[in-house]
Design a protein around this ligand. Structure first.
Ligand SMILES: *[C@@H]1O[C@H](CO)[C@@H](O)[C@H](O)[C@H]1NC(C)=O
Ligand SMILES: *[C@@H]1O[C@H](CO)[C@@H](O)[C@H](O)[C@H]1NC(C)=O
Ligand SMILES: *[C@@H]1O[C@H](CO)[C@@H](O)[C@H](O)[C@H]1NC(C)=O
Ligand SMILES: *[C@@H]1O[C@H](CO)[C@@H](O)[C@H](O)[C@H]1NC(C)=O
Ligand SMILES: *[C@@H]1O[C@H](CO)[C@@H](O)[C@H](O)[C@H]1NC(C)=O
Length: 631
């Protein structure tokens, strides 16, 4: 707009009035700056480097994806190239045993898997469920399946009973490969599964204690040939959404999406094949298996696989294996801060922490205490195409969108009722974009024929439609709804605020549970704190309730109440407190609130100690059954 005015002025001054250049240019510049243009120049200067880098990354990844699709390069083909280049370099280290696999060994193992499945009559499009804890074999198994077009269903190894049967059933798996450590879970569900499902067990096992008909995987693999069978490509595997509410959904991952997710992170954050990645995240999840392991398969990086995250061993492992990049997710960073200080936490070569969900309240404490120069925070769900990355090393941000050319990347924040998740629409029925500083839901436009932008959906079609809305950017379009509320600053940096539906209203104000959780946890020595809104009969909105994991009951309520007065405005202070030994988490360290929200503050629903904030005394007092009636 402003630029258009300047062009018109230029035209008028030069051609119609005939003023000389030395008068025209300064006056246009003064007009431009005077009309607010200098702010744009400032933002331009601050962000142009970041934007050019990001544009370069996007173009490079897009070009590579197109080339791979044109040349029909599947992930196994890309991996074959990695093996050719890196051959005897270490590909995977399994921290549990210290066992190292070179790229060649990983290749041979996965070829054996592929040949075994071929011998057994598996064909392209068949599904095999993979149910085991993280280890190198896990990667070899799904990679081997991919080599013959068999799709893996990567099942969360924490699942049991109905949830486990549900995940195996919706994937239509013809076989289940399970780790011997999960034999008990398999025995429990064996009778509920179809008779035709083949069972293969990996690891040390006892034939007496496994479900009837189970075969041992290792001898079969040893007998299988190590050459590469030939075939084309399709879907790679299914990943299940973590399911903080309800049953998990299976999200489809195709080869190009796997490549894209791994490559965006690799180029965006400036990694090299000489980096060593510490991957302590579960391999049934995209962060561990794509963002982590993908760097090994595609870019030839050494990846250290940890069976299970351990806060106390974290920095020792990093030092031992000379890791330069660590992965984190959800609450992991807070658990590390919760550990006693020791020397090793600064004596390592970690130059970057890569992940998502680092809370702004602990961001700087994390980088300074652990001597990690860069936080590579990114945003993006497996099934979401609206990925963001904090390429600019900006404290607290999870990504950005260009302010110079905001339309290049088709994502946007749109206004939403943070409580009900309803999109707020203008008079023309199209969503309203947010200005800097206004919270809004992140959405990504859907263009089905662009492989970079495609939403591959869920296995179950009904689940797909809930995540898609129409008339979002303009009339007649469709867009993916991320379900998360973010805020953008004037430079275009985006900051995670809350999940939609997690915000609640109290005393006429919006309370972000994410923010309150961050503050309370800091006041309570990094304890696990879960915040949610509960309905109080007769009161408008929802009252805040905080569940605090405190097995020793070490919280000093008097002090906590005082600290809280300084840290939070009155409406954000939790009205109810609940102390318990442990809060339930998903396999990816996200809190599960649904159950606790349902139980509310009714003492008869739980044996936990409950407290409420007595408004007249400004202190927390114990809540008894009778007190409820006088609230
Ligand atoms: C880590 O680096 C040191 C020094 O460069 C080297 O001696 C050691 O073998 C390395 N450790 C591993 C596990 O590669
Ligand atoms: C990232 O920012 C932090 C704090 O602003 C700074 O200390 C650090 O050196 C930066 N890291 C890189 C790699 O630029
Ligand atoms: C709370 O959020 C709603 C939209 O979700 C908005 O209309 C309202 O103005 C907000 N209230 C405050 C006090 O910020
Ligand atoms: C999100 O997905 C849709 C549909 O697959 C696509 O058209 C859209 O461009 C994607 N957005 C981004 C930012 O990738
Ligand atoms: C945690 O999960 C267990 C098992 O699903 C359940 O019995 C328990 O009630 C949950 N605890 C809370 C506080 O929700």
């Amino acid at each position: 707009m402003r630029l258009a005015c300047c062009t018109v002025l230029l035209f008028v001054f030069r051609l119609l009035v005939g003023l000389p250049w030395f008068q025209v240019l300064p006056s246009i510049l003064i007009f431009y700056l005077g009309s607010g243009g200098w702010k744009f120049i400032y933002i331009f200067a601050k962000t142009i480097g970041r934007d050019v880098h990001a544009a370069g990354v996007l173009i490079k990844v897009k070009w590579n994806v197109k080339r791979h699709l044109r040349e029909r390069n599947t992930l196994p083909k890309i991996f074959a190239e990695t093996v050719r280049r890196h051959g005897d370099k270490t590909a995977l280290i399994f921290e549990g045993t210290g066992e190292k696999w070179s790229f060649r060994q990983l290749d041979e193992y996965s070829n054996r898997v592929a040949n075994l499945l071929l011998q057994r009559g598996f064909v392209e499009g068949d599904v095999v469920a993979l149910f085991m804890e993280s280890r190198s074999q896990y990667v070899g198994l799904w990679l081997g399946m991919a080599k013959i077009g068999v799709e893996g269903a990567l099942i969360n190894f924490n699942l049991r009973l109905e949830a486990l049967v549900h995940c195996v059933t919706i994937s239509n798996a013809k076989a289940v490969v399970f780790g011997s450590e999960l034999t008990e879970a398999m025995c429990e569900i064996h009778s509920s599964m179809g008779k035709t499902v083949q069972m293969l067990c990996s690891g040390d096992w006892d034939p007496k204690h496994v479900p009837v008909g189970t075969e041992c995987l290792e001898p079969l693999l040893d007998a299988a040939p190590t050459h590469l069978p030939s075939r084309p490509d399709h879907r790679l595997f299914y990943i299940y959404t973590s399911g903080t509410t309800g049953m998990p959904k299976a999200a489809i991952v195709v080869h190009s999406r796997y490549y894209r997710m791994a490559a965006l992170v690799y180029y965006g954050f400036g990694m090299t094949s000489d980096d060593v990645m510490y991957d302590c995240l579960p391999l049934y999840h995209s962060a561990g298996n794509i963002v982590g392991v993908g760097q090994c398969l595609i870019h030839g990086m050494t990846v250290v696989i940890k069976k299970k995250f351990s806060a106390s061993r974290f920095w020792d492992d990093c030092a031992k294996y000379n890791c330069t990049i660590v992965q984190y997710i959800g609450e992991i960073c807070r658990y590390l801060l919760n550990q006693p200080v020791k020397d090793i936490e600064r004596q390592h070569r970690v130059r970057m922490a890569l992940g998502n969900g680092l809370r702004q309240s602990i961001w700087e404490e994390f980088t300074s205490r652990f001597n990690v120069p860069q936080i590579a925070e990114f945003y993006g769900a497996t099934e979401c195409n609206c990925s963001l990355g904090n390429f600019g090393n900006m404290t607290g941000a999870c990504g950005f969108n260009s302010q110079i050319l905001p339309f290049i990347y088709p994502i946007r924040l749109v206004k939403v009722d943070e409580e009900t998740m309803e999109l707020i629409r203008g008079p023309d029925g199209v969503c309203i974009p947010c200005k800097p500083g206004e919270p809004g839901q992140l959405v990504g436009r859907i263009i089905q024929n662009d492989p970079l932008r495609r939403f591959d959906g869920y296995v179950n079609e009904g689940a797909t439609t809930k995540k898609i809305a129409n008339n979002v950017f303009k009339k007649g379009d469709s867009a993916y709804l991320s379900g998360d509320v973010l805020i953008m600053d004037q430079y275009g940096y985006m900051y995670f605020k809350d999940r939609t539906g997690d915000t609640f209203r109290w005393k006429g104000e919006n309370v972000s549970t994410t923010e309150v959780e961050g503050t309370l946890s800091r006041l309570l020595d990094m304890k696990d704190v879960v915040v949610y809104g509960v309905e109080v009969p007769g009161a408008e909105g929802k009252a805040g309730m905080a569940a605090v994991a405190d097995p020793e009951r070490s919280t000093d309520l008097e002090k906590f109440g005082k600290d809280l007065e300084k840290a939070l405005p009155p409406y954000a202070r939790p009205v109810f407190l609940r102390f318990l030994n442990e809060v339930n988490k998903t396999g990816t360290y996200k809190f599960q609130k649904t159950e606790m929200r349902r139980e509310g503050f009714d003492p008869s629903m739980t044996s936990n100690k409950l407290y409420f904030l007595n408004p007249s005394r400004g202190r927390y007092v114990e809540l008894h059954q009778e007190a409820i009636f006088s609230l």
